[in-house]
Design a protein around this ligand. Structure first.
Ligand code: SF4
Length: 497
């Protein structure tokens, strides 16, 4: 009996422990995460953050933050809605309004309508599933019937601002169809009071001078591809004459001259070869006068599906590539040449501004269906471009319907869409629901399915998670340096200081 009492007594802590007053604030929802050996980050429901010494989150939760001794932190926590002196904060409606604003990219529903206008291509890029250069035009171009049916669906979008994007194969090989589609869409837009932006995604090789007047007249944006200097670009993008790079550069110059700098952009496809040349790729973009570069990861579709080891290795390699290229980009900015990295800019907008950022690949609910829909050349309708790539591998899990057969409701609110919807908010996915970076990240059921076999995914080995977690942490770390934070802010506003 005596020994039991002694044992209980030993549980008492030192007297100082009991002297420390426990504050009587209330906790509001927030998440936290270590970002380096000294610091951790606290993030509230709308993405406001505080970077604090490690151990602060624990102190907050144990109510050890004192109004007197930790005055500055205490009031930062109150004003940023991490804690409250009332069970329900008096300014709760401010938090509600900010949450609604952050999610307001959902208000108008689908904006981007991708028309795969032709599957034909005169390139034979090794990473591409769809090259069929010699194939029959009638079989692999989108029919006028499917174009009309796609426009009918597009006009039913509740969104008054829509984008019609032409993709391939190589879209310019079906330029007649593009001309037809643009004219038809414009006629319908008047009837349905829509504002349309047109985009052609092209490798620029088939661009001819007689196309430019039409492109200019209809204010069509050109989205091209530049994989880096000639030795990378030509290796990635095979043509029998090995001159893809030369044609791209010629095309870029022609477009800039005819359409203006702002109407032409280029995308980078990162391949295994690219991973060894981060500096050279950034240098090439600067040499060609670009003010932005999008360091896109290797796509796991088609070559690394269901192989966790390989996916993880590829993502690690990509992250090393990303950081080395990013350092070079920062160096250029420090030397006075403004060039921003697009993926980081999306994340930084989410971190540093209260505005909604509806970027298709990094949002919750996910961009598929909510922001983008794909009409394939053969009339099949997919939830996203990646869903179409899966279909090229004969997996039709994300096919939502068929043009001319499926109604708007079948496509956007049908059973398939509902299944995907169960997995498209990171607020409700295990791992994401308690992640400090949730407000800056997104959900990608197609990628989860392609790499892990189901739409829900498993975060500890998930490539989407691995990439975003590290990039977001990396950006926060860099932001500790004031000169870099200044550069980041210039990327968000779109002009140098
Ligand atoms: S995917 Fe990863 S980084 Fe993104 S919210 Fe989920 S757990 Fe966080």
């Amino acid at each position: 009996m005596v020994s039991v009492i002694q044992k209980k007594n030993r549980k008492f802590k030192e007297i100082d422990y009991y002297k420390n007053e426990v504050s009587n604030y209330f906790l509001l929802p927030f998440r936290f995460q270590k970002i380096n050996f000294q610091k951790e980050i606290l993030v509230n429901e709308v993405g406001d953050f505080l970077i604090v010494p490690i151990g602060t989150a624990e102190k907050i939760i144990l109510k050890k933050i004192s109004k007197i001794d930790d005055e500055e932190l205490y009031f930062d926590l109150i004003s940023n809605f991490f804690i409250s002196e009332d069970p329900i904060p008096i300014l709760l409606n401010v938090l509600e309004a900010r949450y609604r604003t952050k999610k307001s990219f959902l208000e108008h529903f689908t904006a981007l309508h991708i028309f795969v206008i032709s599957l034909r291509c005169e390139h034979t890029c090794h990473y591409c599933q769809v090259s069929r250069v010699t194939e029959n035009k009638d079989q692999f171009d989108m029919s006028l019937y499917n174009i009309d049916e796609g426009i009918k669906i597009m006009m039913q979008s509740p969104n008054p601002y829509i984008t019609m994007e032409f993709q391939g194969g190589e879209a310019l090989l079906a330029f007649n169809n593009i001309e037809y589609a643009v004219k038809r869409a414009k006629e319908e837009a008047i009837l349905h009071q829509k504002n349309i932006t047109f985009v052609i995604c092209t490798n620029l090789a088939p661009l001819s001078d007689d196309m430019l007047p039409f492109i200019k007249e209809h204010n069509i944006m050109i989205s091209s591809s530049l994989d880096g200097p000639a030795f990378i670009h030509n290796q990635n993008r095979h043509r029998p004459q090995r001159n893809s790079y030369e044609l791209t550069i010629q095309g870029l110059e022609k477009c800039r001259e005819a359409l203006g700098e702002d109407n032409i952009s280029a995308l980078l496809t990162t391949t295994n070869l690219s991973l060894d040349y981060p500096g050279e790729i950034v240098d090439e973009y600067v040499q060609q006068g670009f003010r932005n570069i999008f360091l896109r990861p290797i796509s796991p579709y088609g070559f690394a599906t269901y192989n966790e080891k390989k996916n993880k290795y590829q993502t690690e390699k990509f992250l090393n590539f990303y950081k080395t290229a990013f350092d070079r980009i920062i160096d250029y900015n420090k030397k006075g040449y403004y060039i921003r990295e697009d993926y980081a800019t999306v994340i930084l907008k989410k971190i540093l501004t209260p505005f909604p950022v509806g970027y298709v690949d990094l949002q919750s609910p996910a961009g598929m269906i909510n922001n983008v829909i794909v009409f394939n050349y053969d009339g099949k309708i997919y939830a996203s471009d990646e869903a179409r790539m899966l279909a090229e591998m004969n997996d039709f899990t994300f096919q939502l319907g068929v043009l001319g057969q499926s109604s708007y409701n079948d496509i956007f609110y049908g059973e398939k869409a509902m299944d995907i919807a169960e997995n498209w908010t990171n607020e409700s996915l295990a791992g994401c629901s308690e992640c400090a970076f949730q407000a800056y990240c997104g959900a990608d059921p197609v990628l989860n399915y392609a790499t892990q076999g189901n739409m829900y995914g498993y975060r500890p080995t998930n490539v989407f998670c691995q990439k975003n977690m590290e990039i977001i942490r990396y950006l926060f770390n860099l932001m500790e340096d004031e000169s870099i934070e200044k550069i980041f802010r210039s990327w968000i506003t779109g002009h140098s200081e």
